[in-house]
Design a protein around this ligand. Structure first.
Ligand code: FMN
Length: 350
């Protein structure tokens, strides 16, 4: 069904097409297809102690302003992450700022945290409680004079309504944000988050979202800080500011973060690097180029316990979670396993 509309949708500018998708989801205009694998035990899991039907989540950035998370649960997502939300509303970068690279199955975006701000998003969620596991991804305002404090505002605002909070230090579209991957800055941020949680008497699971553009040394340093600060999970990874050489589309040199297929291999390698160090002590949520059962399978083998996707939905449409489950089920049966959990981290990479 989606394939019939795809060529039409792809004639529209990507950001307008996204706004249309959000409107359709709000109006529940999405197909209500039967999901034969909804209750399949093969996919059941828990995330931070809560039951989920399957390990396929919607990545941050799709539902930035918490408008359609309950519709996304209906499409089959096992969990949804809204945001990135900043303390104050902000417009983001000038348009155009999202580019579709069809032959590369990729997007480049430089949105720059366009969102309605913490208070609006908070009110929205409180007036439309989530019917599934909901993560809230937080970040600082572009012009903030105190980015550390912006993360604390996010934590204070959302700690009692989110199922987890993601500290996003990895967008390439907010200048110097990725400097938070440096050892001292990252440690300072994690110290403050931990202290604030104690002050709030909160048990909210903290998740950190990482850039794929980090060095081998940083993997070790970041892992140690995550373990020292009782972080619950790490999301690997955000979009990359690199990797343009192998792309085919003429838009390949647009400034911004690259997502989709060309990110997959790099993201899987990084997942495996973290997995070897963290050894299951901190959960890994794998993101980057997931669009099929096979690509989800590769993420589990590399060490992810959960996956998220965004670009796959743009190219494959709203049926994507059902498609992934159907394909993954066939692969798992061929593997001779009863649950996807049995294959986590089973294939080491160099
Ligand atoms: C248009 C667009 C907007 C995004 N916005 C955010 C965001 O606000 N916060 C964030 O943490 N990640 C954001 N991301 C990154 C995705 O969550 C994900 O990490 C990345 O796209 C890789 O996954 P994918 O290949 O499945 O798209 C965005 C991605 C895209 C394509």
């Amino acid at each position: 069904m989606f394939s019939k509309f795809r060529s039409l949708i792809f004639k529209i500018d990507p950001e307008t097409a996204h706004d249309l998708a959000i409107k359709s989801l709000k109006l529940n205009l999405m197909p209500n297809l039967k999901d034969k694998n909804k209750n399949d035990l093969m996919f059941k899991s828990t995330l931070f102690g809560k039951k989920i039907d399957n390990p396929v989540g919607m990545a941050a950035g799709f539902d930035k302003n918490a408008e359609v998370y309950n519709s996304l649960f209906k499409l089959g997502f096992g969990f949804v992450e809204v945001g990135t939300v900043t303390p104050l509303e902000q417009y983001g970068n000038p348009k155009p700022r999202v580019f579709r690279l069809i032959e590369d199955q990729a997007l480049i975006n430089r949105l720059g945290f366009n969102n309605l701000g913490a208070e609006n998003v908070n009110n929205r969620i409180r007036s439309n409680l989530n019917k599934g596991l909901l993560g809230i991804n937080i970040g600082p305002n572009k012009d903030s004079s105190d980015r550390l404090n912006d993360y604390l505002i996010g934590l204070r605002t959302f700690h009692d309504i989110a199922d987890y909070i993601t500290i996003n230090i990895s967008s390439p579209n907010t200048e110097n944000l990725i400097n938070f991957h440096d050892e001292t800055k990252f440690e300072e941020l994690m110290n403050l988050i931990q202290k604030e949680k104690i002050k709030l008497k909160s048990k909210i699971p903290i998740v950190v979202k990482i850039s794929p553009d980090i060095s081998e040394d940083q993997v070790g340093l970041i892992s140690k800080i995550l373990l020292d600060h009782e972080v619950s999970a790490i999301i690997v990874s955000n979009t990359t500011a690199k990797n343009r050489e192998k792309l085919n589309n003429i838009l390949k040199h647009q400034k911004g973060g690259l997502s989709g297929k060309p990110l997959e291999e790099e993201s899987n390698n990084l997942i495996n690097k973290f997995y070897k160090i963290l050894k299951g002590k901190i959960e890994i949520i794998g993101v980057g180029g997931v669009d099929s059962g096979e690509s989800a399978h590769r993420k589990f083998l590399a060490g992810a316990s959960y996956v998220q996707l965004y670009t796959g939905m743009v190219f494959q449409g709203p049926n994507i979670v059902r498609k992934i489950k159907k394909e993954l089920k066939e692969i798992l049966i061929a593997d001779g396993v009863k649950s996807f959990r049995e294959i986590i981290g089973k294939k080491q990479r160099n």
